[in-house]
Design a protein around this ligand. Structure first.
Ligand SMILES: [Zn+2]
Length: 341
């Protein structure tokens, strides 16, 4: 009786396994026939009614059938998995030429781009970069640069004071002093960086950027200065750009000159940027004041030098035609993305 039932269960389970459409279907059949609620488990419970001699023989038979079904299940499972994989490969073809997801790339800030370009142009004629602290001693920011205590530039209106003897540097000139103190001439250095003044409107920002150049050597003249600036301006704005010097006064240079270049936008014809004059002011320059050299323990009879300084925001404004200096500090992505490479 029981062995007939066993044969019937075996036959039915094998047929069901063979008919399974996919591995999920097959697994459900395994639970149905081989699980704890399945017919084989039921037969084991029915064995209670058998004699002492019959029990082990029948138990062995049930286990053999169970083992056989499990083996059959494993074979079917492997076959179905392979078939499913083949199906997947055939239908889900990968197009390797499809573009990947686009990632937003960062870009250099326009001011940093200008600094990098100025440094690159001047490094070709032997200049290299020096840096210094933004919180600066009074001596380096003013005194050593021949800016005495009663000079108007020291006014609280213009300068951020940290305490009585420290300021947020108002120019990058302190780096010139520090370099002359710590290195032996001849020198050709560039001092780019952030500077701070109490000023804020369309054309003034309390934090802006400068790059200064300093050359110290023997027998340096205004002609050397003018030649250097002419070279720089032509490299930066274009070969057709002219420069002119206007006499000026700075405490740290003597003589001093403001530097204008012919307007790169209208080529000198006159436009809004150059206020219809055809010329644009780009910075200040001059021969290093002998008093400054002496403060740095250089003998003015032996060493001379020239210095020049450009505002980086001003250079960017002229080069890219930007009208409001505050745009550089607002971090508006619509503005910044226009400068991506
Ligand atoms: Zn113009």
């Amino acid at each position: 009786m029981l062995s007939e039932k066993l044969q019937a269960i075996h036959k039915e389970a094998v047929a069901a396994f063979n008919a399974a459409k996919d591995s999920k279907d097959l697994y459900e059949l395994k639970v149905k026939y081989l699980g704890k609620q399945g017919p084989l488990a039921g037969l084991m419970r029915e064995m209670a009614g058998l004699s002492k001699e019959e029990k082990p023989l029948f138990g062995k038979l049930v286990n053999e059938v169970k083992q056989g079904l499990e083996d059959h299940y494993s074979q079917r499972e492997a076959a179905l998995a392979q078939a499913e994989l083949n199906q997947k490969i055939a239908t889900e073809a990968l197009d390797l030429s499809l573009p990947g997801p686009v990632r937003a790339r960062g870009a250099r800030h326009p001011i940093q781009k200008v600094i990098n370009e100025v440094v690159e142009i001047l490094s070709r004629i032997g200049y290299s970069v020096r840096t210094g602290p933004m919180i600066e001693k009074d001596w380096y920011n003013f005194e050593a640069l021949n800016i005495p205590a009663d000079h108007p530039a020291r006014d609280m209106q213009d300068t951020f004071y940290i305490d009585e003897s420290h300021v947020l540097r108002t120019h990058t000139s302190p780096i010139q002093i520090r370099t002359m103190e710590s290195e032996k001439p001849p020198l050709r250095i560039l001092a780019p960086g952030s500077v701070f003044r109490c000023d804020s409107d369309v054309s003034h920002s309390p934090n802006f950027h400068q790059i200064e150049g300093l050359l110290i050597d023997r027998k340096v003249s205004m002609a050397d200065l003018k030649g250097t600036i002419a070279y720089f301006v032509k490299e930066y704005f274009g070969p057709e750009i002219k420069i002119r010097f206007r006499p000026s006064f700075f405490p740290f240079t003597e003589p001093s000159a403001e530097v204008d270049c012919s307007c790169p936008i209208c080529k000198g014809k006159g436009c809004r940027m150059c206020k219809h004059s055809g010329w644009i002011e780009i910075g200040g320059s001059g021969l290093v004041n002998p008093k400054v050299l002496a403060h740095c323990k250089l003998n003015p009879d032996e060493w001379q030098g020239f210095a020049f300084g450009f505002g980086m925001e001003r250079m960017a404004i002229i080069k890219y035609g930007i009208e409001d200096i505050r745009l550089f500090a607002e971090n508006d992505l619509r503005f910044l993305r226009q400068f991506e490479a």
